[in-house]
Design a protein around this ligand. Sequence first.
Ligand code: ADP
Ligand code: MG
Length: 397
Amino acid sequence: MRFRSSVAIDLGTVNTLVWVAGRGIVLEEPTAIAIDTAVGKVAAVGAAADALADKEPQDIEVIHPLRDGVIADLDATAALLHAFLRRTRRPGLRPNALVCVPSGATPVERRSIVAALSVRRPRYNVRLIDEPVAAAAGAGFDLTGGAGGFVVDIGGGTTEVAAVAGWRVVRAQSLRKAGNAMDDAIVQAVRAELGLIISQRAARQLKMTLGVTGGAEGWAEAVGLDAAQRTPRTEYVPGGLVATALEPIVATIAASVHEMLSDIPAGLAEDVVRGKIRLAGGGALLPGLAGRIETAAGIGAVLVEDPLRCVVRGAAEMLERKKDKTRPGPGLRQLTSRRPGLSPALQAAALQAAAIQAAGGRCWPAGGRPAASRRGRRPRAARPAGPGDRRSARRRT
Ligand code: ADP
Ligand code: MG
């Protein structure tokens, strides 16, 4: 792999970040794409597409193609990445990509990321890394020489709770309870308690302002539609209402931290206590969350610097270490879908099969997607059969 032309990609459920070697973070955009269904073409990507969500302009379909941290709509993801990366590419160099994946992603889910970056030209050489490892590196843990740490990355679709050491996951749990679930809970509570229908965007604003502490004022304003009259109305939303709505999600995250901590090997305890629990991802900014996690864990919990960029920063550091032969690095594993011994034609067929499997057995041609495959429904086949809403990964270093 030639790292001169490398990119690190944090393909999140809500936000995508791209780091380019020698240039730093060059792209931070919502993971959203808008399709003009009348002509079957991409109308907008990133922030411009996300701004159209919930507003339902005619002939425009806004797709958030990731669900729970993994690809739910392969073609939309491929189109989105293609558009994002076109802005960052230097002509003439063969591109390599290091992409972060949730620790509990299945082999099919992992391959679908490779497929998304391979089904269109330019095709990327793809390597995958476990998101908690990148988050730990971005959170400032030096994982060389077997050193470890404990990190909680609260994104939009998933919360990754993990102990890592020596650039590998030691224990990890991936919860499907994160920022989006918080927004949904607030939408439902505001409708049930105040008779007001608010958008996800308005719910997100309430979440950021009030959190589980009630915010500085103890209330915040929200504009929505009156559930009975269907006319616009402004309402003062009390902090207690939002805190109550968020409580089950915050409690699930805190319980998972406690459970993972009680499962770490004794040899890692000192590193974890010394390094404290480091909170990353946009959800870590929720007012009052760090305190709740600290109480549940019984050890310190700190918010990392710039939590929304933590994962891509960590992935970038891993690429830099790989390039610099004098520094010990993570020894990136080739987790691509390439299978040794397969001819290029069979490689392409294998990728296509992974793509179809990841799309739940469906694959639509460009411009011809059916309306039913709207906002990222996660493929049934790709869902692990684990208990409740958790995906666990237990690995020993
Ligand atoms: P992902 O990696 O899944 O794309 P991010 O790490 O980018 O997710 O975080 C996005 C999530 O963080 C969203 O659900 C967003 O609402 C939430 N978020 C961002 N800022 C705040 C904040 N100040 N308070 C609470 N949640 C926040
Ligand atoms: Mg993330």
